[in-house]
Design a protein around this ligand. Structure first.
Ligand code: NAI
Length: 400
C-alpha cells in the first residue's frame, strides 16, 4: 500500500516500515561509528524496547557491545491492509539487523505491567539466556492495570496547587499561544499518575526476575527520568508526572536492597528532553524542545536518543575504571549538556521573545517537526513514499 502520514494532534496514526528500517539502520551506524563499548553488557532485557530511549538502549547494547537482547513492548501488529504501529516496525527492523549481525534478539509484545508478560519474559530468559546482566526500564504509558488488584489507573499531566499559564506551540501549524492548565482537583489524580509512571512496576519486575533466578551476579538496572528547566517545572517536575518521577527515583533504595546479595545495583538516569511519542503529548514542552534544539545545534552539542544512550552506556554505566558518575542525589545525569548554564540562559532569553511570527527564525521548529515524522518512519531520506510498500512486516521472533 501507499503509506503516508495521517496525523491527529500529537499522534501519527500511520507508520512506514521502510522508514523505520532506515531509522534503525542509522542508529546502528551511529553506535558502530563510536566503537566498541568495552566491558559493556552481554545479556540485556529492555522493557519498553520499541521506540524512543528504550529502542536506542537496545541498539546501543546490541551493536555497541554485542549483547543478546530481549525486548518487551506493547505495539499493534499489522495485517493485510492494516498498518502496524511504529514500534512494531522498529522492532521488526531491529531483529532483522541483529540477525544479520549474528546477534541474539527476541521480543515479547504485550502489557509489561501484567504478571503474565513478566512470566513470559522470565521463561524466555531461562530458556535462551539463563540470566541477564542489564535490565533497562523505559516504559512510558498513559495507563496501567495493576497486576495484583486489577484496578486500572490513568495518569494525568497537570500542575499541582495552582493553574499554570505559559506559551505552547501547535507544531503542525506553527501557532504559538498561551495555554492555561488547571491544577489537579483531586489528590487521587496524583496517586493515579504515580501508580502508572512511578517505581512500583520497576520494583515488581526486579522482584520477579530475581525470584526466578534470572538476574546475573553484578546485574545493573536503569530507569529513565527527566528534570528540565524551571519554565516547565509547573507542568513537569513539580506537576503530577514529576511526583511519579520522584517515586521512580525513590525506588532505587528498595531495588538496591533487593539486589544486594547479587552485588547488583540500580540507577536512575536523567535524560535530555527529546522528541518522542511521549514528550510530544506534554503541553509547553514541544516549544521548549524547539528552542533547546536550536541552541544545542548551534553549539554543536545536540543529541538524539541514540547519541544519549550510547553516551549513557560508554561514559556512565560501563566506564573503563568502572566508576559511575552520579549527582548529589545519586542519579546519572545524561541531561548535563541540556542543563548547561549557557544553554539554559540562551533558551530562557529566546523563550521571552518567542511568538508565531518569529518561530521559524529563532526556534528549530522545522527540526522538531522532522523528528516527529521520523518517529513514524516518515521524512526519512532515501525513502520513496509514493511507492507501493508491504505493510505486513513480521517480527521474526514473534511471528516465526
Ligand atoms: P516512548 O513512548 O518512545 O516509548 C515507550 C515504550 O514503552 C515503547 O516501547 C512502548 O511500546 C512501551 N510501552 C508502553 N506501554 C507499555 C505496556 N503497557 N507494556 C509494554 N510496553 C509498553 O517513550 P520515551 O520518551 O522513550 O520514554 C521512555 C522513558 O524515558 C520514560 O520513563 C520517560 O519519562 C523517560 N524520559 C523521556 C524524555 C523525553 O524527552 N522523551 C526525557 C527524559 C526521560
Amino acid at each position: 500500500m501507499i503509506i503516508q502520514p495521517r496525523v491527529r494532534g500529537f499522534i501519527c496514526l500511520t507508520a512506514h516500515p521502510e522508514g523505520a528500517l532506515q531509522n534503525v539502520k542509522s542508529q546502528i551506524d551511529y553506535v558502530k561509528s563510536k566503537g566498541e563499548i568495552k566491558n559493556g553488557p552481554k545479556k540485556v532485557l529492555v522493557i519498553g524496547a520499541s521506540t524512543g530511549f528504550g529502542l536506542s538502549s537496545r541498539i546501543s547494547a546490541a551493536f555497541g557491545s554485542g549483547a543478546a537482547t530481549v525486548g518487551v513492548f506493547f505495539e499493534k501488529a499489522p495485517s493485510e491492509g492494516k498498518l502496524a504501529t511504529a514500534g512494531w516496525y522498529n522492532s521488526a527492523a531491529f531483529e532483522k539487523e541483529a540477525a544479520a549481525a549474528g546477534l541474539y534478539a527476541k521480543s515479547i509484545n504485550g502489557d509489561a505491567f501484567s504478571d503474565e508478560i513478566k512470566q513470559q519474559t522470565i521463561e524466555l530468559i531461562k530458556k535462551d539466556l539463563g540470566q541477564v546482566d542489564l535490565v533497562i526500564y523505559s516504559l512510558a504509558s498513559p495507563r496501567r492495570t495493576h497486576p495484583k488488584t486489577g484496578v486500572a489507573y490513568a495518569s494525568v499531566l497537570k500542575p499541582i496547587g495552582e493553574a499554570f499559564t505559559n506559551k505552547t506551540v501547535d507544531f503542525h501549524t506553527g501557532v504559538v499561544s498561551d495555554i492555561s492548565i488547571q491544577p489537579v482537583d483531586k489528590d487521587e489524580d496524583i496517586q493515579n499518575t504515580i501508580a502508572v509512571m512511578g517505581g512500583e512496576d520497576w520494583k515488581f519486575w526486579i522482584e520477579d526476575l530475581k525470584n526466578a533466578g534470572v538476574l546475573a551476579d553484578g546485574v545493573k538496572t536503569v530507569a529513565y527520568s527527566y528534570i528540565g528547566p524551571e519554565l516547565t517545572f509547573p507542568i513537569y517536575r513539580n506537576g503530577t508526572i514529576g511526583q511519579a518521577k520522584n517515586d521512580l527515583e525513590g525506588s532505587v533504595t528498595a531495588i538496591n536492597d533487593m539486589l544486594k546479595d547479587l552485588n547488583g545495583i540500580s540507577y536512575v538516569s536523567v535524560n535530555k528532553a527529546l522528541v518522542t511519542q511521549s514528550s510530544s503529548a506534554i503541553p509547553v514542552v514541544p516549544l521548549y524542545i524547539s528552542l533547546l534544539y536550536k541552541v544545542m545545534k548551534e553549539k554543536g552539542i545536540h543529541e538524539g536518543t541514540i547519541e544519549q544512550m550510547q553516551r549513557l552506556f560508554a561514559d556512565r554505566l560501563y566506564t573503563e575504571n568502572g566508576e559511575v558518575l552520579l549527582d548529589d542525589k545519586g542519579r546519572i545525569r545524561i541531561d548535563d549538556w541540556e542543563m548547561r548554564e549557557d544553554v539554559q540562559k540562551e533558551v530562557a532569553a529566546l523563550w521571552e521573545t518567542i511568538s508565531t511570527e518569529n518561530l521559524g527564525e529563532i526556534s528549530d521548529i522545522e527540526g522538531y517537526r522532522k523528528e516527529f515524522f521520523q518517529l513514524f518512519g516518515f521524512d526519512v531520506p532515501g525513502i520513496d513514499y509514493e511507492k507501493d510498500t508491504n505493510e505486513v512486516v513480521n517480527i521474526p521472533s514473534i511471528e516465526g
